[in-house]
Design a protein. Structure first.
Length: 360
């Protein structure tokens, strides 16, 4: 059959193709100089997620899913895919996707199994299900990296730049160090502490060496704010649950790299815990690091672990995080807030960009 194309039809086709190409761009290419970045973790697909209503009212420049974005906990990839679709069908999630750029990292439950690491047998298949759901471009290196889905994004330009660095703490993670069952039940549980201790295995890591080399190069890139988006808590010294503290070489290496390369503007956001808090850490550093833990969008945990770096109180109510930056100030003002289901502030930390930028 002979096909005839009018000029109008060709023009329409070209416009359609352009729209498709734009929609396939990464979130990093769609926004500049963000003033409001929201974030959260630990949302169960089988529950209502009414906190999305408050999140959507904010009309943020970016939303970051920090991990446990669903509770998959399976080796069956059809089950995993179906659980993502349950999240995708939520009206609040649909509204968020329509109006706000989204980026995402996984943690254990959406990686595949509770507290899973490099031994999880379905991680390659899980990778593609996760990236498909979050509409990662087909050409993204996250789909083909041999050692995980770690990535970074740069927003803005010049002195108004935010870099989001998202390490993958699952794909390469070495074995956790468990205490005995007797010790857990006789000592740990009563103190709201989990069953893990820092590993004493030399070289044990969550990231793996190739990812560390990448991370170091990312830290060296110029940006006013370096937002490390970690699926696990980074600053707390010890909780007994999963955290950077269980891999002391990793944690010490990050702190050393910040000093070595004189990296200004580092902020940390994290999830996983099912409680929310702010931590500050300054031991052997040139400026204090601040971490806001936002967890969860649906999940709660009453037995909050001790944290000597905690600033103020914790919350075990549902919550989301808000990083707001006032770029109009000569010295940009930064506000980290943890907000509840009604969008009201539960706790906050406010400071100037210069206070976390000592290096000239």
């Amino acid at each position: 059959m002979k096909l005839l194309f009018s000029t109008a039809m060709i023009t329409t086709t070209l416009i359609s193709c352009a729209l498709v190409s734009f929609s396939a761009l990464s979130a990093a290419e769609k926004i500049t100089a963000p003033q409001k970045i929201l974030f959260g973790s630990c949302g169960h697909q089988d529950k209502a997620i009414p906190i999305f209503d408050a999140i959507n009212k904010e009309k943020a420049d970016l939303f970051i899913f920090l991990g446990d974005n669903i509770y998959g906990d399976t080796n069956d990839m059809q089950v995993l895919a179906d659980k993502y679709q349950k999240l995708g069908a939520k009206p609040g999630f649909k509204a968020l996707r329509e109006q706000t750029p989204i980026i995402a990292m996984w943690d254990d439950h959406d990686f595949g199994q509770n507290d899973a690491g490099k031994e999880y047998p379905q991680k390659e298949q899980s990778r593609h299900i996760m990236l498909d759901f979050f509409q990662e471009p087909k050409t993204s290196i996250r789909r083909t990296r041999p050692d995980g889905i770690y990535t970074s994004y740069m927003y803005g330009k010049g002195k108004q730049t935010v870099q989001v660095i998202m390490p993958d703490l699952r794909w390469n993670r070495d074995a956790l160090n468990h205490v005995s069952e007797v010790e857990y039940y006789t000592k740990r549980k009563a103190n709201n502490q989990g069953p893990y201790s820092p590993t004493d295995v030399k070289g044990a890591s969550m990231l793996g060496e190739a990812q560390w080399q990448w991370f170091e190069q990312e830290l060296k890139k110029p940006a006013a704010i370096k937002l490390i988006s970690s699926s696990l808590q980074l600053l707390p010294d010890f909780t007994g649950w999963e955290s950077w503290a269980n891999f002391p070489e990793d944690r010490a290496r990050l702190f050393a790299l910040i000093k070595k390369h004189r990296v200004n503007g580092v902020l940390i956001i994290s999830g996983d815990t099912h409680w929310g808090e702010i931590s500050k850490y300054s031991d052997n550093l040139d400026y204090p690091l601040t971490e806001m833990t936002s967890s969860g969008l649906t999940e709660k945990w009453k037995d909050v672990s001790p944290n000597k770096h905690r600033v103020g109180q914790f919350t075990h109510e549902v919550n989301y995080g808000d990083l707001s930056i006032d770029w109009l100030q000569v010295d940009p003002a930064i506000s980290l807030q943890l907000k509840g289901i009604d969008g009201k502030t539960i706790m906050q930390s406010q400071f100037s960009l210069s206070s976390i930028s000592p290096y000239k």
